[in-house]
Ligand binder design. Structure first.
Ligand code: NA7
Length: 529
């Protein structure tokens, strides 16, 4: 074994790459371990047709370097997966990151060794790497969920998961295709698969809300304007709950007239994107307010989808924005195509996958290829795949058996010198991931520097501080309607997963303020050795 590193970073997505860059800048030694053969994380794995970010490209980008901001050119309002991956590769080249990234390697185990005040990390290549700090940068949606549908292994044709798509792409021309799932990945890919395939059968368990993207090439004059005003835009974004610079209409829907509500919703529908949920400030706080927005979208489905029976199945019935709102390009219109069939499996799950297709509600559907757009074991899935053991050999899996508990979404009691970038208990998936990642990375890098200056070997959150943070998380989650439905935010998509609202819903500004206050009070809630 070689001399201990300062840090092992797990994952080379946007979080791991920036963590490496920051640690290097402060003179720490670090190695990134990455399962894929390249950088990009989410954007390395999710190569399904139509994959795009639903945050506008000029905002879904790093802000730590004004030079990087100025030299990179986004070409579309919502960047495609290939363009975002190109950006990740550009960053890796620009900052010469690859020499400290070990690709094609999975971390299998990590144990805190008390005698060394550090971690011993094991990989699937049989290596043992010692490091003072273990930093996970594994992404929140990186452990694909393959549901246990009987017969899945017997399907004779190829099966693809949207979250682990073949690098060479898939050509569905002339094929018949079955898609299971109607979440964001399905909503992005279905219109494109339908245009290629001879026939597409979509199996829908829950009808989803989606708003148009109105994606378009970016006008060079607009890009120049953004580049000239980047600092101000980033500053404004940090004052917004989701870390996205958008127009929030700070009045309650319940106090607006019917006419004003329609005007707001229609204007935002025509503009496109996630800003629809900012039409009013009570949409996720008040059932009645929520219903006004939900009804507006339900009316749209019925207007777009010509067959009334299909429209009825596609009409969402739950709370809008409770599951993450989707952003689409021609999703509902796709169901007007003669080569698309929608199968409603709301009341009865798919009975089984057969060698030639699927059997649902007593009927057989045949297809050549199967696409699982069935989402992820979100927020904790990737972390718990690694056998992480803290003090006294206690595993993270056992520590989180009743749901994840962290201090600030960054650290875990009983797991010294361990940091989770965008971990459960942080705003993460409820925000623009890039500014959230940067805030976490900067906090961790500054913390490591402070420990070095103080001559501290070990940092660990106090159990009481962690408990208080968990209670605070739960109480803010309970104020909103978001905690009320069976979404991946609460782990409901994974059978047996404890039901806990995992991301911090108090908003990015309040969260940043709290993180800064903790530091200002000498790392309040932490113990040092
Ligand atoms: P999602 O949003 O979790 O969607 C998964 C979809 O798969 C959803 O429609 C699920 O229905 C469906 N699903 C899952 N398991 C089954 C089974 N067993 N049978 C039928 N249908 C099933 O994942 P995505 O990849 O689309 O998007 C994840 C995030 O990425 C998204 O929120 C954005 O932030 C980007 P359900 O709704 O659970 O009834």
């Amino acid at each position: 074994m070689t001399a201990p590193l300062d840090a092992v970073i797990v994952g080379a997505g946007f979080a791991g790459m920036y963590m490496l860059h920051r640690l290097r800048g402060k003179g720490f030694t670090a190695r990134v371990i990455e399962a894929g053969q390249g950088v990009g994380g989410t954007w390395y794995w999710n190569r399904y047709p139509g994959a795009r970010c639903d945050v506008e490209s000029v905002q879904y980008s790093y802000q730590f370097s004004p030079e990087l901001e100025q030299e990179w050119e986004w070409t579309e309002r919502y960047a495609t997966q290939p363009e975002i991956l190109k950006y990740a590769n550009h960053v890796a080249d620009r900052y010469d990151l690859r020499r400290d990234i070990q690709f094609g390697t999975r971390v299998t185990k990590a144990q805190f060794v008390e005698a060394d005040n550090g971690w011993l990390v094991e990989t699937d290549k049989g290596e043992r790497i010692a490091a003072r700090f273990l930093i996970t940068a594994m992404g929140c949606l990186s452990s694909p969920n393959t549901p246990k549908i009987p017969g899945l292994a017997e399907f004779a044709g190829p099966t693809y998961h949207t979250g682990n798509w073949p690098h060479e792409g898939v050509d569905f021309t002339g094929k018949t295709v079955g898609v299971i799932g109607t979440g964001s990945s399905a909503i992005q890919s279905i219109p494109i698969i339908a245009r290629q395939a001879r026939h597409l059968t979509v199996f829908q368990r829950t009808a989803n809300y989606t708003v148009p993207a109105h994606n378009r090439p970016l006008d060079p004059a607009y890009v120049r304007e953004v580049k000239a005003g980047y600092r101000e835009m980033r500053r404004r974004a940090k004052t917004m709950p989701a870390g996205i610079d958008l127009r929030i209409n700070n009045v309650p829907a319940v106090e607006a007239s019917e006419e004003e509500r329609r005007r707001q919703y229609q204007e935002r529908w025509d503009y496109g994107g996630l800003g629809f949920m900012a039409s009013f400030n009570d949409l996720l706080l008040n059932d009645e307010a929520n219903r006004t927005a939900a009804d507006f979208v339900r009316e749209k489905v019925r207007g777009i989808v010509k067959d009334p029976k299909t429209a009825e199945i596609l009409t969402p019935t739950n709370i809008i924005g409770c599951k993450r709102l989707c952003v689409d390009s021609g999703y509902w219109e796709t169901f007007n195509r003669p080569n698309v069939t929608l199968v409603d499996i709301r009341d009865e799950p798919i009975e089984r996958i057969t060698p030639t297709g699927a059997r649902a509600k007593g009927q057989d559907y045949t297809f050549d290829c199967l696409v699982l757009a069935t989402g992820f074991d979100a927020m904790t899935g990737a972390l718990l795949k690694v056998d992480i053991r803290g003090r006294d050999g206690v595993s993270l899996r056992d520590a989180w058996s009743e749901g994840p508990k962290t201090y600030l979404g960054l650290t875990v009691a009983g797991f010294p010198n361990f940091f989770t970038i965008t971990g459960p208990g942080s705003p993460s998936v409820l925000t623009n991931m890039l500014p959230s990642i940067e805030q976490h990375v900067d906090w961790i890098a500054d913390c490591l520097e402070a420990l070095r200056e103080k001559g501290v070997a070990v940092i660990e959150p106090e159990p009481e501080a962690q408990e208080a943070w968990a209670v605070h998380n739960g109480s803010v989650a309970n104020i909103t309607l978001r905690s009320t439905c069976s979404s991946w935010y609460v782990g409901a998509n994974i059978p047996g997963k404890p039901r806990v609202f995992m991301p911090y819903i108090g908003g990015l500004p309040a969260y940043i303020e709290r993180c800064e206050a903790v530091v200002a009070k000498g790392y309040e809630g932490f113990t040092f050795v």
